[in-house]
Write a protein that binds this ligand. Structure first.
Ligand code: GLC
Length: 563
C-alpha cells in the first residue's frame, strides 16, 4: 500500500524548494594568498548560478583571530581584512542578486571571539561589573571550575581569567573568576539573559538586512539560553548529531535546546518582518527528535532548519526510510519546508563518509592511519544520495565541492591542522580540516587554480586534478554536469513542491517514492528509486529521466516518469 507522506505545496516563499549552495570563504577561491576572499567569490558566482543554485550561504567573513575559522567573531559589522572590505561584501551581495540568486550570511550569536571589544572590556572591568554581565563569569570556591560542563571541542568548558596567555602583567593577572565557553577558550559564551545582548543582535541583523542580505544561518541556534544556575550536567552533546544519550534517562541539558531560545527567534522574526516577507532564518540546531527541532521553525520563528538526522543517517534502506518519513511529518506539523543536507564544513565529506564500513555521521576527521574510505563506493553512494534528496520535496543544501564529487582529504599531516577540536582533544580527534581544503578549479595550475600565486592554506591531495572544475566542464559525463542536469530537471518538474508517497513495499531492498505533481504542474508522478546492495529491475511502463549509475543497479538512484 502506498503511504502518503506529504502533500504538494503551492509556491509561497522562495526558500521552500530552494537549492542553497554553501560557500566556505576561506576555501572557495583566492585572488592572491593562501586564504580565500570575497572578490574571488564574486568573480565566480556565475559558476554557482550555473549549477542551478537559488541561493548561496556564506560561512563567516567577519574580522576574527580565526581560532575557529571565523566562527570566533571579533566585530559583527565588518569584514576580515584578509577576506576583503565592506565594499567587497556589497559588491558580492549585488552580484548574487544580479544573477537571480539570494544570499544568506552566517550569524554567530552564542559566543563572540575573545578579541571582541565586549570581552576585552569585560576582562579589564573586573568582577561584578556590567561588562562581565554580557558573558558568563563565575567564581569557584576551589581550584575546580564552576561546574562540570565540557566543551564541544573537548576538555572543560571554563577558562580561568588569570590563566589566560594575556594575563601576566595585565589588570586581570590575579582575577578570581572563570568564564564559560562551550567551544574554544577563545569563544566566550554570551549571556542571553542580558537585554544588552538582545539589543546588540537586533542591531546587527538590521545592519546586514539594510545591506541587502536575504537571510541568516544561525550558528548553534540551540545553545543561547542557559540555566542561570549553571547546574552540573555530566552528559555529552555531540556536534551535528546532538544528544547521544537516551533522552528518558538523562535530565534536560541546562545549556542546550532550552525553551528560552524560542523567545529570541520570535524577537528576530519581528525584526526580519520589518523588511517584508522574503527574509529568512535557518537554524543550525543539533536537536532531536524532529518535533523538538520543529519548534525552531514554527511560523513566528525561523524559516528552515538543517536536517542533521538525514545527514547522520546510516546508508541503509530502513534508516533512510524512517528519517525521510519523520522529517516530513515533523516539518509538516508546523508548516515549514523540510530540508535535506549531506555535507558541510563540520563533517567528513559525503563522498568519503559513505565509503566507510560504518556510515552515518562518521568520525571527526580521518587520518592516514585510520580506516580509509572506499573512494568508488563513496562517490557512487554520494551521487545516489544527492539524486534521492533532489527528488524529495523541500529544499536542498549543497556544500562547495559536492558538485565535483570531491572527497575528504584523509591524509593531511598533523602539523597543518588548524581545527581547535584537534588541539583540545590532544589529537584524539583529527578534526574538520579535511573537509575544508581549498577547491580545485584548474587541473594543471599550481594549487589547482585556487589562488593565482599557487598558495593554499591547506595542501590539496594530488589526485584532486581529476576533480578540478575545468576538467569536469570538458566532460559531459562528469559529476559537475550531472549536478547541473539534476537541478535543472528538479526545477523544471517542480519536484521541490511535489507531494510524496512511499511505494517502497513494492521494491524489496530499495527505497521508492512517488513525487506527485503540484496543482499547476504539467507532469505526472515521478518515481524516485534508490537501491542499496542489490540490483532492482526497473518497472515496466516507466522511462528513465536521470540515473546516478546504470538504472536500477546496486547503490544508485533513478528518476522515472510513466512511459
Ligand atoms: C557551528 C559551526 C562550527 C563552529 C561552531 C562554533 O557548529 O558550524 O564550524 O565550530 O558552530 O561556532
Amino acid at each position: 500500500m502506498p503511504r502518503q507522506l506529504h502533500r504538494p505545496t503551492a509556491p509561497s516563499q522562495w526558500w521552500q524548494d530552494a537549492v542553497i549552495y554553501q560557500i566556505y570563504p576561506r576555501s572557495f577561491a583566492s585572488s592572491g594568498g593562501p586564504i580565500g576572499d570575497l572578490p574571488a567569490i564574486t568573480a565566480r558566482l556565475e559558476y554557482v548560478a550555473s549549477l542551478g543554485a537559488d541561493a548561496v550561504w556564506l560561512s563567516p567573513f567577519y574580522p576574527s583571530p580565526q581560532h575557529d575559522a571565523g566562527y570566533d567573531v571579533a566585530d559583527y559589522r565588518n569584514i576580515d581584512p584578509r577576506l576583503g572590505t565592506l565594499e567587497d561584501a556589497d559588491a558580492l551581495i549585488a552580484r548574487t542578486h544580479e544573477l537571480g540568486m539570494r544570499i544568506i550570511i552566517d550569524l554567530v550569536p552564542n559566543h563572540t571571539s575573545d578579541e571582541h571589544v565586549w570581552f576585552r572590556e569585560a576582562l579589564s572591568a573586573g568582577p561584578d561589573s556590567p561588562e562581565r554581565e554580557r558573558y558568563w563569569f563565575r567564581e569557584a570556591s576551589t581550584d575546580a571550575p564552576p561546574n562540570d560542563w565540557t566543551s564541544i571541542f573537548g576538555s572543560i568548558a571554563w577558562t580561568r581569567v588569570r590563566e589566560r596567555d594575556d594575563a601576566p602583567g595585565s589588570p586581570w593577572q590575579d582575577d578570581p573568576q572563570w568564564y564559560l565557553h562551550l567551544f574554544d577558550s577563545s569563544q566566550p559564551d554570551l549571556n542571553w539573559d542580558n537585554p544588552a545582548v538582545h539589543a546588540e543582535f537586533r542591531d546587527v541583523l538590521r545592519f546586514w538586512l539594510d545591506r541587502g542580505v536575504d537571510g541568516f544561518r544561525i550558528d548553534v541556534a540551540h545553545g543561547l539560553a542557559k540555566d542561570p544556575e549553571l547546574p552540573d550536567w555530566q552528559y555529552h552533546w555531540t556536534m551535528v548529531e546532538g544528544s547521544d544519550a537516551d533522552a528518558a534517562s538523562v535530565p534536560p541539558p541546562p545549556m542546550w535546546d532550552r525553551d528560552g531560545v524560542h523567545d529570541i527567534y520570535r524577537e528576530w522574526r519581528t525584526v526580519l518582518d520589518e523588511y517584508g516577507p522574503d527574509r529568512m532564518l535557518v537554524a543550525e540546531a543539533w536537536v532531536s527528535p524532529g518535533d523538538r527541532l520543529a519548534q525552531y521553525v514554527r511560523s513566528d520563528e525561523m524559516s528552515q532548519c538543517f536536517n542533521f538526522d538525514f545527514l547522520s543517517s546510516q546508508w541503509k534502506r530502513d534508516d533512510l526510510r524512517a528519517v525521510i518519513a519523520s522529517s516530513l511529518r515533523a516539518m509538516d506539523a508546523v508548516g515549514a519546508p523540510t530540508t535535506w543536507v549531506l555535507s558541510n564544513h563540520d563533517v567528513v565529506r559525503a563522498a568519503s563518509r559513505l565509503g566507510l564500513s560504518h556510515t552515518g555521521k562518521g568520525p571527526n576527521g580521518i587520518r592516514a592511519t585510520d580506516e580509509q574510505p572506499d573512494p568508488e563506493l563513496g562517490a557512487r553512494r554520494a551521487l545516489a544520495a544527492h539524486l534521492l534528496m533532489a527528488g524529495l520535496p523541500g529544499s536542498c543544501y549543497l556544500y562547495q565541492g559536492e558538485e565535483l564529487g570531491l572527497p575528504e582529504h584523509t591524509a593531511l599531516p598533523d602539523d597543518v591542522r588548524e581545527d581547535p577540536a584537534y588541539f583540545r582533544t590532544k589529537g584524539v580527534e583529527a578534526g574538520r580540516d579535511g573537509c575544508r581544503v581549498p577547491l580545485p578549479w584548474r587541473a594543471q595550475a599550481p594549487a589547482f587554480g585556487f589562488s593565482p600565486d599557487g598558495q593554499s592554506w591547506l595542501p590539496q591531495p594530488p589526485e584532486w586534478a581529476a576533480f578540478a572544475v575545468d576538467a569536469q566542464e570538458a566532460s559531459t559525463s562528469s559529476t559537475l554536469n550531472f549536478f547541473r542536469r539534476m537541478y535543472a530537471l528538479r526545477s523544471e518538474l517542480a519536484l521541490g513542491h511535489g507531494g510524496l508517497e512511499d511505494v517502497s513495499d513494492a521494491f524489496p531492498g530499495a527505497l521508492a517514492y512517488l513525487n506527485t505533481a503540484p496543482a499547476d504542474a504539467e507532469r505526472g508522478d515521478i518515481l524516485i528509486l534508490t537501491t542499496f546492495d542489490t540490483d532492482v529491475s526497473i518497472p515496466e511502463d516507466w522511462r528513465v529521466l536521470l540515473a546516478s549509475a546504470a538504472p536500477g543497479s546496486a547503490e544508485s538512484t533513478t528518476w522515472l516518469a510513466r512511459a
